[in-house]
Design a protein around this ligand. Structure first.
Ligand code: PLP
Length: 409
C-alpha cells in the first residue's frame, strides 16, 4: 500500500476517479487496545465486520488473541493472519461439513447453538472424529430484546426456558456448557446489556449445571457523524460501557465466570475512510462514484450517519464569491443505475462542493469492504495506508459532521 499522512494527501496526489480506501493501522491498533484494556475477559474480534488480511494482522499485532468466526473462509482468514489465535465458532446454525472442518482442521473447541438438533448435529461430528465431548464448549445463544440499531434476536437465540433445557441437555451429553448473547449492533444504551445479563443469570440459576463461560457478544457502538437536523448525543466511550456491563455481571453474581466478548464495529469503524469523487452536482444532489452496493451499504439502513468532509479539487476553477460557504444537506446518489442507490441520510457539506471534488467519508471500517458487490461492474478495491484517520485530518471547510470526540475512548 502506498503511504500518505492523511486521506486528503492521498486524494491530492493520486487524483483518483475511483474510490480509494484509506487505512489507518495506528487507529485500528489504538481502538483494539482500548477494548482489550477495558474488558477483563477474552476479546474475540468478530471477523465478519471486516475480515481483510491487513485488518486481522494489525489486530493480532495489537494483542487480539481470539477471533469470532462463522464460516470456512473466516477460519482460513483468521488462521492466516494469526496462526496462534483461538477461534470461536459462534454461528448458531451450521453445515455438518463446516463443523467437521472447524473441529478437525482448525482445532476449534467453542461453538454456539440455539437448538437441540444443532447440539445433536455437533455430537455426531464429535463422535465421528473421536473427540471427547468434555473438550468442547457449546455456548447456548440466548434470545434478547433491546434497542439495537440492528436487532438480531429475530433470527437467532433460545428463549430463556428453552435455554435452560438446552444447557441441561448439553451438560448431560458431557459437553461443557457456556452461555452467550449478542444484543445486536450499534447498541447505544446499557439497558440491552442489562436485560441480557439478567436473563443469563436467571437461566444459569434455573439450569443448575456448571457454566464454563459467559460470552457477552458484540454490539458496542462506534462513533459516527451527526445529521445537523437530528442531533443525537455521542455514544459513551467503549471503556465506560464495557465497565458498566462488567459491573452488571458482578451484580448478578456471575463475576466468577470466565468472560468472552465479540466486538466488531467498535474496533474497526474508525480505521478506514473512503475517498470518493463527485461526478455530478444537480442542485442539492451529489452523484458520487461509490454507493450502497459498494462501500456504503451499512449507512443505507438509515441507522447511522457517516461523517464526511470535502476535499476541493485545486484544479477546478472556483467562482469568486463574497459570502462564506454555507453548510448544506446534500442527497448522495450512488454509482450504480439502481434507483435505491441513494443514501438515506444527507451529508452536510459546504455549498461550494462541486463535480470533480472529492469527499472523504470517515468511519467506514465496519461492514463496508465485506459488503461490497460487483453490481453494475463497480467494485472499489484501491487502498492506501494513512498515518492519521478521519478525525485527525485537518478540519475542512468547517464541515462539522463528526460527533464530538469521546465515542471510541
Ligand atoms: C456480528 C456479530 C458480532 C459483532 O457485532 P458488532 O456489532 O460489529 O460488534 C459479534 N457476535 C456475533 C455473534 C455476531 O453475529
Amino acid at each position: 500500500m502506498q503511504r500518505f499522512p492523511t486521506a486528503r494527501d492521498a486524494a491530492l496526489a493520486l487524483r483518483p476517479d475511483r474510490p480509494v480506501y484509506a487505512f489507518a493501522p495506528r487507529t485500528l491498533a489504538a481502538d483494539a487496545r482500548a477494548f482489550l484494556d477495558a474488558f477483563r475477559g477474552v476479546t474475540a474480534y468478530a471477523v465478519k465486520t471486516n475480515g481483510e488480511p491487513f485488518v486481522l494482522e494489525t489486530l493480532a499485532q495489537a494483542g487480539v488473541k481470539a477471533f469470532d468466526v462463522a464460516s470456512p473462509a473466516e477460519f482460513a482468514a483468521a488462521r492466516a493472519a494469526a496462526p496462534e489465535a483461538a477461534q470461536l465458532y459462534m454461528h448458531p446454525v451450521k453445515a455438518s461439513s463446516d463443523i467437521r472442518l472447524a473441529l478437525e482442521t482448525y482445532g476449534i473447541r467453542a461453538i454456539a447453538v440455539d437448538h437441540e438438533d444443532e447440539a445433536a448435529k455437533i455430537l455426531r461430528v464429535v463422535r465421528g472424529l473421536d473427540i471427547a465431548p468434555e473438550d468442547v464448549t457449546l455456548f447456548v445463544r440466548l434470545a434478547t430484546k433491546g434497542h439495537a440499531a440492528y436487532e438480531l434476536s429475530k433470527k437467532f437465540g433460545a428463549a430463556p426456558a428453552h435455554a435452560v433445557e438446552l444447557l441441561q441437555r448439553i451438560d448431560r451429553i458431557g459437553f461443557r456448557a457456556g452461555l452467550a448473547f449478542h444484543v445486536g449492533s450499534q447498541v447505544e444504551d446499557l439497558d440491552s446489556y442489562e436485560r441480557a445479563v439478567a436473563s443469563a443469570a436467571w437461566v444459569k440459576g434455573r439450569a443448575g449445571v456448571h457454566i464454563a463461560a459467559l460470552d457477552i457478544g458484540g454490539g458496542f457502538p462506534a462513533p459516527y457523524g451527526r445529521d445537523l437536523r437530528r442531533p443525537a448525543p455521542p455514544p459513551p466511550p467503549v471503556g465506560d460501557l464495557v465497565r458498566r456491563v462488567q459491573t452488571e455481571i458482578d451484580g448478578w453474581g456471575l463475576g466468577a465466570l470466565p468472560l468472552v466478548a465479540e466486538p466488531g464495529r467498535v474496533v474497526v469503524a474508525r480505521c478506514l475512510s473512503v475517498v470518493v469523487r463527485v461526478l455530478l452536482k444537480k442542485g442539492q444532489r451529489l452523484y458520487i462514484n461509490d454507493g450502497i452496493w459498494s462501500s456504503l451499504s451499512d449507512s443505507w439502513t438509515g441507522k447511522i450517519t457517516l461523517p464526511a468532509r470535502v476535499i476541493p479539487d485545486p484544479a477546478r476553477p472556483r467562482p469568486k464569491r463574497a459570502a462564506a460557504p454555507k453548510l448544506t444537506p446534500f442527497r448522495i446518489c450512488g454509482a450504480t443505475c439502481d434507483s435505491v442507490d441513494i443514501l438515506s441520510r444527507p451529508f452536510w457539506l459546504p455549498d461550494t462542493v462541486g463535480a470533480g471534488d472529492w469527499i472523504e467519508i470517515g468511519h467506514i471500517g465496519a461492514y463496508s469492504l465485506a459488503l461490497r458487490t460487483r453490481f453494475n461492474g463497480f467494485y472499489p478495491d484501491d487502498f492506501v495506508e494513512v498515518e492519521r484517520a478521519f478525525e485527525d485530518g485537518e478540519p475542512v471547510d468547517g464541515a462539522a459532521t463528526l460527533e464530538p470526540r469521546g465515542g471510541a475512548g
